[in-house]
Ligand binder design. Structure first.
Ligand SMILES: Cc1cc2nc3c(=O)[nH]c(=O)nc-3n(C[C@H](O)[C@H](O)[C@H](O)COP(=O)(O)OP(=O)(O)OC[C@H]3O[C@@H](n4cnc5c(N)ncnc54)[C@H](O)[C@@H]3O)c2cc1C
Length: 219
């Protein structure tokens, strides 16, 4: 849910958006209002964006962008590239942001004020967004905004393997000499993989595959 339709591949937007959530509201372009917990489960957020039928918009003020994103999750030169490519857009004030995305300014202003109030109270009675103590209220421009549309993040299906990383045939028997690990395999995570553990899956089963292939008997 943190990828942008304004670029291809992994892109630069996720580097910013991963750190922006909780620091600014995510807006439905049709209603100009918030619609989902910004810091919530990524599948739920992705589904909610798709249900809008149009890319959502996330924004935050310069103070948060400079404190949390640039030089942290995103190198300054990546930030500059994203600005140049129009993946991240800079607006002097909320009115210019609303005009650019064709949002209703009065509604957006109210949403922004409400969100600031929740940030201050560190409690969001509407969507239960998580807030952070270092967050600056979004009262003063410039603001930075990104359009969001989900991308395929992880494929759950694939080859079935056993605990030795051996690929199984349709009858559940190991296929001699064939090993697999990572996203080419399916079933290791069950129905939904836990966040962050895909790389662990690659490393652990990759090592096991190599050891099994090498005739290692341990587990
Ligand atoms: C936006 C995004 C964020 C993510 N964040 C995280 C995270 O925070 N933590 C985490 O654990 N996981 C994360 N993941 C998932 C994780 O990155 C992947 O599951 C993991 O990298 C898969 O590794 P892999 O080696 O199994 O497959 P891949 O990285 O897809 O490698 C497969 C390789 O095979 C090559 N290939 C394909 N076909 C052929 C062919 N016919 N011949 C030769 N080569 C071929 C491809 O070019 C590719 O290099 C994220 C994924 C995305 C997209």
């Amino acid at each position: 849910p943190w990828t942008s339709p304004d670029e291809n591949g992994f892109g630069l937007a996720p580097l910013a958006v991963e750190s922006m959530v909780g620091y600014g509201p995510m807006i439905n372009p049709t209603t100009s209002k918030r619609f989902i917990k910004e810091t919530g489960n990524r599948k739920v957020r992705a589904d909610a964006i798709v249900a809008l039928g149009k890319p959502a918009i996330i924004y935050t003020c310069e103070a948060n962008m400079m404190n949390k994103v640039v030089g942290k999750n995103m190198k300054p030169e990546q930030f500059e590239t994203a600005l140049k490519n129009g993946v991240i857009r800079k607006f002097d004030d909320l009115k210019s942001l609303a005009d650019f995305y064709k949002l209703d300014y009065a509604t957006l202003e109210k949403e922004n004020e409400k969100f600031n109030g929740y940030m201050k109270a560190m409690k969001d009675p509407e969507f239960d967004c998580m807030f952070f103590k270092d967050a600056v209220l979004n009262t003063k421009g410039p603001f930075y905004a990104i359009r969001l549309w989900p991308r395929v993040h992880h494929t759950m299906g694939g080859l079935e393997i056993n605990e030795k990383a051996q690929v199984l045939d349709v009858k559940g028997n190991p296929i001699a000499g064939l090993y697999a690990a990572g996203e080419a395999t399916g079933g290791v995570h069950g129905m939904v993989r836990l966040g962050t553990v895909a790389v662990a899956d690659c490393i652990i089963f990759g090592r096991i595959a190599a050891r099994t292939a090498n005739g290692w008997a341990g587990c």
